[in-house]
Write a protein that binds this ligand. Structure first.
Ligand SMILES: *Cc1c(COP(=O)(O)O)cnc(C)c1O
Length: 403
């Protein structure tokens, strides 16, 4: 952590906020470059920045990825795409040449793809935005090619085919029908990629991975034309070169979530989320802690109340399961998680904690995946659920600002 970031969190400053969320843009950059380097056969590496870059701030994250060379961005919704586009327009102006290259390389324009397709805006707004829709069904494809014919312009798009996720994308029958009938579709649409999405990429041993790969080969062959392909999410990149194709779409791994399904996480942690001790209290006769009086304390005990709750994204399901770090020591959460606070047991601590002490909720000692496991969920939900009332503070990177 740099000195400036530390100063903002001075323990003795009564005006300092009670929670702090630090996003390390250097770690984000290194994670993305690591993924890019893993890709074989000249595959490009996109950045998935949907849901406000998994809660960390899409504008700032996209800018940093752009500076590192990322030119393909995926969002879920049109409005998210517009926000990323505006952020990238600024950075492209600030960096007409690549700042991370030794020789000046003229920066080419980014492309932003919208996973939900041409929704969330009227067609002309969508088209004039330059965002590229992912077409997830045959009706979507017919609709978009008819729109293209109507305005007399070939429109860029990604075609999404389903290979086993059964969520979005053309079924095998729809692919066959498209293959039989594709002449005017391919005239109307500029198909940038044909993509599919893996259901079990973070379980390398799962048989569905190979089944989906085989299905992808079969269905793309049925389309007949040589096209460009996109298949792997974060986990898919670690399944091997067969899964890489032309464009990988990592999200979670960029943000430090372990994409491998193995215990060793090759990604760097990105987020530090800290709260403070608000009060400490000695309990010297039998008592309960928190709502519902559900936790009984064995006296003598020392508890500390910490300035974080479920409104900040500290999930209520961490009741009786969560742990935090205070002065380098691990402390259990006791009693129910409240809206704005939790109570932790500090009886065992070797150093006396005092009000104002920083409490690590997420960070180098409390990895996102570990907290997710305690909460019975996945790192994605922890990150996207981080409360909006704590501003994201950025360290490192080329274009950091408060967000
Ligand atoms: C969210 C998403 C991704 C990114 O997945 P990660 O597991 O976060 O890497 C890629 N492709 C699609 C279609 C997605 O919805």
């Amino acid at each position: 952590m740099n000195e400036m970031a530390r100063d903002l969190w001075s323990q003795n400053d009564p005006a300092a906020p009670a929670t702090r969320l630090v996003v390390d843009l250097d770690a984000i950059a290194r994670n993305w470059l690591y993924l890019k380097k893993k890709l074989q056969n000249g595959a490009d590496c996109a950045g998935v920045v949907k849901a406000d870059a998994y809660g960390l701030g899409a504008a700032t994250v996209a800018r940093e990825l752009f500076v590192q060379g990322c030119r393909h961005f995926f969002v879920a919704k049109f409005d998210e795409g517009m926000a990323v586009q505006a952020a990238l327009a600024e950075v492209a102006k600030a960096f007409p040449y690549s700042p991370v290259s030794d020789t000046p390389v003229v920066v080419d324009a980014p492309t932003i793809y919208v996973l939900e397709g041409p929704r969330g805006a009227n067609d002309l707004d969508f088209i004039s935005s330059g965002l590229v829709p992912v077409l997830n069904s045959l009706p979507d494809i017919f609709y978009w090619s008819a729109t293209a014919a109507k305005i007399g312009r070939r429109l860029p798009a990604i075609i999404h085919i389903d290979t086993g996720m059964n969520r979005l994308g053309l079924s095998a029958a729809e692919v066959a029908s498209l293959a039989a009938d594709h002449a005017d579709i391919f005239k109307a649409l500029d198909i940038r990629y044909v993509m599919s999405h893996l259901a079990c990429a973070d379980e390398p041993q799962h048989p569905l991975n190979a089944e989906q790969l085989a299905s992808f080969h079969k269905l793309t062959a049925a389309l007949g034309k040589p096209l460009r392909y996109s298949f792997a999410n974060s986990g898919g990149i670690f399944l091997g070169a067969d899964y890489h194709f032309d464009l990988a779409r990592p999200g979670c791994a960029i943000y430090g979530i372990n994409p491998t399904g193995q215990s060793e996480n090759p990604m760097l942690p990105v987020v530090t989320f800290e709260a403070r001790i608000l009060q400490t209290r000695i309990i010297d006769s039998p008592a309960t802690v928190g709502y519902g009086a559900s936790y009984r304390v064995a006296p003598p005990a020392k508890c500390a109340t910490v300035s974080i709750g479920y409104a900040d994204g500290y999930l209520r399901s961490l009741t009786g399961k969560g742990h935090v770090f205070v002065r380098g020591e691990k402390c259990p959460v006791i009693g129910r998680v409240s809206m704005d606070s939790i109570v932790i047991d500090v009886t065992h601590m070797t150093v006396e904690p005092t009000p104002g002490d920083a409490v690590e909720i997420l960070g180098a000692q409390r990895l996102v995946d570990d907290v997710a496991a305690e909460a019975g969920t996945i790192g994605y939900e922890i990150l996207t659920g981080l409360g909006r009332r704590t501003p994201r503070h950025y360290i490192g990177g080329h274009t950091a600002s408060e967000g």
